[in-house]
Design a protein around this ligand. Sequence first.
Ligand code: FES
Length: 153
Amino acid sequence: MFLTIRTPRTFVVAARVFPSKTPLSFATPISLSNPKLDLEALSVLKMTFVDPDGTHHVVEAGDGNTVLEVAHLHGFDLEGACEGCMACSTCHVIIDDGWFMRLDDPSEEEEDLLDLAFDVRPTSRLGCQITLSRDLNGLVVSLPSQHFNVTGS
Ligand code: FES
């Protein structure tokens, strides 16, 4: 028997379901310790980007995506010049107060880079250093009013 699971827009997973203890095989991470389908593992997360003018954009994100990756996926103006190598600060975002304390502390290297960003706030972080998980489902980040752009534009 084949079972097809459709989740909003992004993923289509097809798997053969076996009647006995034969493990299932999936392209996406699913707990094999439980032979039942782990539907939560397939769920799409949500996060919100807030424009400098206050407009909120709720978007879908994958478990394991960074905030920078999600911004690029949905076309937000967040440069990320070094593509997450912690060599710039062009992925600077401002974390919503209610979410900030749920994040792991930034590394010393990240804090040093944040010193180079524009419009830094007490809850500023680098978007490439925040990896989404179910614990961060619903995360809200604001885009700074000014961006440091390596092209100078
Ligand atoms: S993309 Fe360069 S530090 Fe995040």
